[in-house]
Design a protein around this ligand. Structure first.
Ligand SMILES: [Zn+2]
Length: 345
């Protein structure tokens, strides 16, 4: 596979020695065929700011007490997710109403009680054994010693509700006979805030074999605007897309250019970036296993890991647009003819 991609790149390069770097990239991008562009746009449009807000109002409310791993609040929060999937008739890969992947206290460490990942999926129509995983962690920091609740609306209520809306859009497509060719797994991870443990556990106990996992699109904070984009908020940081699969990087760009025109910011994707975000959220546990990932992130802000990360500060039109981009990227990965190629390690 690796050789094939290299050979085709050579043809492009060889066909005209005077092609600039930019022109070469354009040629590679032109060969990406967007799967059913009219349909993907129609289903992406079912993801709306108002529904995202409805979910986030509840999910980041004081009712869930900051969703600290293993606490009563976190249990209530995962039940909200489970009940949603049941009400939308979106299946669990474990069958029945068993949406929880339980992680024992003995795994999480002494400080925490048992916790759980929440998993739902849409079965692929042609290649059900190949799976795209869209993930977001649901846990957060609990209650401050001064009694204030860490609502975690951006971190990571925003990613959580994005998953709910994407699942609904894929389900709607399936009911209309336009379901994805490959399966899509919606993975709500626990224990991210305490060492990426939910994703580590999942990759050690996967619902589908890791070798059949095509890609992981991981979302952690996508509802806000950071300082450096205060005056141009139509952006999203993209991290990791080109680390394992050149193809994934260009698919991400072409989908965005075709439908959304968000400014994809690669600042934090630099190998020597001192923030090391590539290693700091759940996608890394997939990348470790050579599974191509994209990490979607809005950057840090003054309310990051503060009790002031509240719902009223979420930019919903932006959250809607970003969620639609991730949905359309997943659609492409699930529906394009060939599974994406891993050409790096
Ligand atoms: Zn987070």
């Amino acid at each position: 596979m690796k050789i094939l991609l290299y050979a085709s790149a050579l043809i492009i390069v060889g066909s005209c020695a005077t092609l600039s770097h930019k022109e070469k990239i354009q040629a590679i991008k032109k060969r990406i065929v967007i799967a059913h562009p009219t349909k993907v746009k129609a289903y992406a449009n079912t993801i709306t700011a108002s529904e995202l807000k409805k979910h986030l109002l509840k999910f980041s409310s004081d009712d869930y007490q900051g969703r600290k791993v293993g606490t009563n609040g976190q249990k209530l929060a995962v039940n909200y997710l489970k009940n949603y999937y049941i009400s939308e008739n979106i299946a669990s890969p474990f069958g029945g109403s068993n949406y929880f992947q339980n992680i024992p206290k003995s795994y999480l460490g002494e400080k925490y009680d048992d916790s759980e990942n929440v998993i739902s999926y849409i079965e692929g129509s042609e290649k059900p054994n190949e799976v795209i995983i869209i993930s977001a962690h649901h846990d957060h920091e609990g209650i401050h010693e001064n009694g204030e609740i860490y609502n975690g609306a951006d971190d990571n209520g925003s990613g959580t509700v994005a998953l709910l809306e994407m699942a609904q859009a894929f389900k709607k497509a399936k009911l209309d006979g336009n379901g994805p060719k490959r399966s899509i797994l919606f993975l709500h991870l626990t224990a991210e805030e305490v060492g990426l443990q939910g994703s580590r556990f999942y990759t050690q106990n996967p619902a589908f074999p890791l070798k059949n996992t095509v890609a992981n699109l991981n979302i952690d904070m996508v509802g806000r605007v950071d300082k450096s984009h205060k005056y141009n908020p139509n952006y999203l940081y993209i991290i990791g897309a080109d680390r394992l699969s050149t193809e994934l990087h260009y698919i991400s760009e072409v989908v965005n250019e075709t439908f959304f025109n968000i400014k994809l910011d690669y600042k934090y994707n630099e190998e020597n970036d001192r923030n090391r975000y590539y290693y700091r959220s759940d996608h890394y546990n997939f990348a470790k296993h050579n599974i191509p990932v994209i990490f979607y992130f809005n950057g840090e802000h003054n309310d990051y890991h503060q009790t002031t990360d509240t719902e009223d500060k979420i930019n919903y039109p932006l959250l809607e647009k970003r969620t639609r981009l991730i949905f359309a990227t997943a659609w492409q990965l699930a529906n394009q003819k060939k599974r994406i190629i891993v050409d790096k390690s």
